[in-house]
Design a protein around this ligand. Sequence first.
Ligand SMILES: Nc1ncnc2c1ncn2[C@@H]1O[C@H](COP(=O)(O)OP(=O)(O)OP(=O)(O)O)[C@@H](O)[C@H]1O
Ligand SMILES: O=C(O)[C@H](O)[C@@H](O)[C@H](O)[C@H](O)CO
Length: 168
Amino acid sequence: MVIVVMGVSGSGKSTLARALAEAWNWDFQEGDELHPPANIDKMRAGLALDDDDRRPWLERVAAWIAAELARGRDGVVTCSALKRRYRDRLRRAGAGVRFVCIELPPAELERRLRRRRHFMPASLLDSQLRTLEVPDAAENVLVMAGEDATEDIVAAVGRWLEQDDAAG
Ligand SMILES: Nc1ncnc2c1ncn2[C@@H]1O[C@H](COP(=O)(O)OP(=O)(O)OP(=O)(O)O)[C@@H](O)[C@H]1O
Ligand SMILES: O=C(O)[C@H](O)[C@@H](O)[C@H](O)[C@H](O)CO
């Protein structure tokens, strides 16, 4: 199985994904490392990515997921996956793709983005929030409150997967 930890920039994807991988000894891939260098340059310059920029990146994320599943591995990858069609692209990587979305109020996102050193400037937060298509119930995405402690979110994700297993 592969878990995609999704959400806007600064929501805590990398922190949660690393914690999940560490807790369960799963493979981990930082989605930001799969961006073409031009995308990183663009974000660093304060410009939002568009669908064309994200396409090659999503293909690489999907390829990582497909390789994990083909090898029978369990893994966690970060990817903002802001739009429904981006998530659908990743779902097509194979059976066993699950999404966990982290939600945080804009003011807290802004606070976190301003505090950290990162290529993604806080000025891009508005565009991230405008672009986000919050997953609806039909998508079967686990939505978690990003204010909670990482270890509590890890435990909740574990319970969710167990239920998922039990449901068949
Ligand atoms: N549960 C949490 N409670 C408090 N602070 C957190 C939590 N999770 C992450 N943070 C902090 O919030 C900031 C953003 O977290 P992180 O880098 O994991 O977000 P991200 O979604 O991966 O960002 P990006 O997509 O821009 O790389 C970091 O400074 C991190 O330490
Ligand atoms: O989809 C996007 O608009 C961007 O790719 C971002 O969300 C980044 O990948 C990342 O979250 C920033 O660190």
